[in-house]
Design a binder for this molecule. Structure first.
Ligand code: ATP
Length: 273
């Protein structure tokens, strides 16, 4: 990844200059989320643009993860959680009752905070999704998908001789890359990452951050992070949340050097959070 050594920002010059040219992949309009009576997201409008990394930042409890989970309807799995407003993927409403949620989650994959490989072999962790989605016609094709996904996640060289060993036997950083391989094995269009590096050491974090930068060539990414340095390093756009509201969204460099809102300024300079 190219980094501007003075500022520490990802080299996003092309992305920033033409950021309005990146088509909108997912769009949230007037999104509200309630857990029972409690409102966790308040009237959020947020575009996630194609082949960019959008970082969701803000103090603990501000609703970043809740918003992320709306994008592939993971909140459906939480009892008492209710989402209103509209979220679209390629302009199609993801909350339309006719949407097949399993299919949606293949198109909009997710990587969680804690690496969570299945208690199965490395091979099975990656091949499970393509198998159930019928993406391979035979073993040879499945082998190809597994290899391509592990290569895509930067893990192939480390695991190619131990594909039948348990995924849980890998290091934390390798397990997280295995989860990324599992996500990309079903050819998603969008990958949601909820603090994917928070359980990793600095070296594993750097490897995953580099991987995220490569993945944006092929995928649209939204990442929740507590680390402003990470947001600056990996994202092209940053959305700042506070108390369930979207405070502002802008090109990452602008957000970190010249934010419009005082709340963003206060957060990024460590005055609260
Ligand atoms: N399953 C749940 N049931 C009830 N309330 C919840 C649930 N999940 C989150 N909340 C509440 O919704 C609000 C937003 O939480 P959320 O986890 O989305 O914030 P966050 O910004 O991701 O926080 P953190 O950075 O600490 O992970 C918080 O007040 C939280 O307590």
């Amino acid at each position: 990844m190219k980094v501007d050594t003075e500022q520490g920002f990802a080299d996003t010059s092309a992305a920033v200059a033409g950021s309005n040219e990146f088509p909108v992949k997912m769009n949230g309009r007037n999104v509200n989320v309630f857990y029972g009576e409690k409102q966790a997201i308040i009237d959020v409008n947020l575009e996630i643009r194609e082949r960019q990394v959008t970082a969701l930042i803000g103090p603990s409890g501000c609703g970043k993860s809740t918003y992320l989970r709306c994008l592939n309807r993971m909140n459906d799995t939480i009892e008492g959680c209710r989402v209103t407003g509209e979220i679209t993927l390629d302009e199609e409403d993801v909350y339309d009752p006719n949407v097949d949620v399993v299919e949606l989650r293949a198109r909009v994959g997710m990587v969680f905070q804690k690496p969570n490989p299945f208690p199965k072999s490395i091979y099975e962790n990656v091949s499970y999704g393509p198998r159930i989605h019928g993406l391979a016609r035979n073993k040879a094709e499945l082998d190809e998908v597994v290899e391509a996904s592990l290569r895509g996640a930067g893990l192939w060289e480390e695991v190619k001789d131990r594909l039948l060993e348990p995924g849980t036997g890998l290091s934390g950083g390798q397990q997280q890359r295995l989860c990324i391989a599992r996500a990309i094995a079903v050819s998603p269009e969008v990958i949601l990452m909820d603090e994917p590096c928070s359980a990793l050491d600095p070296i594993a974090t750097a490897i995953v951050e580099e991987l995220i930068d490569e993945l944006r060539q092929n995928y649209t990414i939204a990442i929740v992070t507590h680390s402003m340095q990470q947001a600056a390093r990996v994202s092209q756009r940053t959305a700042m949340f506070h108390l369930g509201e979207l405070v502002e969204v802008d090109d990452t460099e602008t957000m970190f050097t010249n934010p419009s809102e005082k709340r963003t300024q206060d957060y990024i300079t460590g005055r609260f959070g």
